[in-house]
Design a protein around this ligand. Structure first.
Ligand code: SF4
Ligand code: SF4
Length: 377
């Protein structure tokens, strides 16, 4: 095993291959306070990529309700149980083992293989809140004790992918130009090692073609400077796709760097697994803290406190307004004079939106039409 640096864990860790970071790293940020579980992202992905034979059960993008939901069933509980204790030191360093470090000598990662039926019923019966709501109950304070939240998930195009580490055919590769992780369909023999090894369960087996498949990060769109289908179709405008830098190279005008590094509002999920996943979540402010600690690590308290103070921060507010405002990848952003602007890699302006929408009050009587109007409060 090689020693590599994992900045999510604030330490070096063991991995099968040497550290080889791409020139740019694809990343998506999701604001979990805004997801409405409409599943538009899921269907946008499904109709684009997985409408073929053998793909009937596949959702490269899925949205599950936490704490009960899971596609496949209990994917996270099962890997967390196998990993054992996951302690974080006071200075924020991960003190437990990753799935690579906890693997038995004959394996490359702690893993499990879902059964066919585990994939079959996504979202069934999961929209129940934790605990019974009593008659007359209401949300009195945050976090409240009756909670659930929606968790949209894609492949995380990990910096240290377990799928890639486990593949005996070396059929999985990480692209140097954008960090997207792909399976070479002509090299794959369908052994399913990636399906077993990926703790997020985002590599899937196609029983018709008999090879494994996974989210491709919408690379044909990304190559044209366009964000993935699940991002541009998001009804709640909760997502933004861009490129994340390692901490030492973070730029304040890069939307992803700003939210992850500068403001530390967006966090990786289950960083303790050790893959340095490149999807980042702004955690929900209303959910149980112990649960959020387990999912997002010890930085979650700070992220939530900073999110609650956003009304005092016009720059971050402007950036959140830019989410979902353009189908193009925003490499840079600027907020000034009440407007948020997004730019391409060459610095050309792609989008400009007001941070606060103007309010227009109509006259109660339309003189031209001679008709009264009803202003809806
Ligand atoms: S999320 Fe899973 S399938 Fe995607 S790159 Fe990471 S290990 Fe591979
Ligand atoms: S489209 Fe957006 S709001 Fe709707 S479920 Fe997907 S991530 Fe959530």
């Amino acid at each position: 095993m090689a020693k590599v640096n994992n900045w999510h864990l604030k330490r070096d860790m063991e991995y099968v291959y040497d550290e080889a970071r791409p020139k740019k790293q694809w990343a998506i940020i999701f604001d979990l306070n805004k997801c409405i579980a409409c599943q538009t992202c899921t269907l946008a992905c499904k109709t684009t990529w997985t409408s073929g034979k053998g793909q009937e059960y596949m959702f490269w993008n899925n949205v599950e309700t936490k704490p009960w939901g899971g596609y496949p069933l209990a994917w996270d509980l099962r890997v967390l149980e196998k990993l054992g204790r996951q302690d974080w030191a006071k200075n924020g360093t991960y003190a437990g083992k990753t799935i690579f470090e906890a693997a038995p000598p004959t394996e490359r990662a702690v893993h499990f293989a879902p059964q066919d039926e585990d994939w079959m019923y996504p979202n069934i019966g999961e929209d129940d809140c934790q605990g019974l709501v009593e008659k007359g109950g209401h949300i009195g304070s945050l976090p409240h004790d009756k909670w659930f939240f929606y968790l949209p998930r894609t492949c995380a195009h990990c910096t240290y992918p377990a799928c890639l580490a486990a593949c005996p055919r070396k059929a999985i590769y990480k692209r140097e130009e954008d960090g997207i992780v792909l399976i070479d369909q002509s090299r794959c023999k369908g052994y399913g090692e990636c399906v077993r090894a990926c703790p997020y369960k985002k590599s899937m087996y196609n029983p018709y073609t008999r090879v494994s498949e996974k989210c491709v990060g919408c690379y044909p769109a990304v190559e044209q400077g366009v964000q993935p289908q699940c991002v541009v179709n998001c009804i709640g405008k909760i997502r933004i796709m861009g490129f994340i830098s390692p901490p030492a190279k973070a730029r304040d005008d890069n939307p992803v760097d700003y939210l992850v590094h500068k403001k530390q509002l967006a966090l990786p999920y289950y960083p303790q697994l050790g893959l340095e996943p490149n999807i980042y979540y702004i955690p929900p402010i209303h959910a149980d803290r112990a649960y959020l600690h387990q999912m997002f690590g010890p930085q979650v308290d700070g992220a939530i406190e900073r999110y609650k103070k956003l009304p005092e921060d016009p720059i971050a507010q402007g950036l959140l307004v830019l989410m979902g405002s353009s189908d193009k990848i925003l490499h840079r952003f600027k907020v000034e004079r009440g407007e948020a602007q997004g730019f391409d890699e060459q610095g050309n302006e792609l989008v400009r939106v007001p941070v606060t929408e103007g309010v227009v009050e109509r006259a109660a009587f339309d003189e031209k039409l001679g008709a009264p109007r009803n202003n809806t409060p």
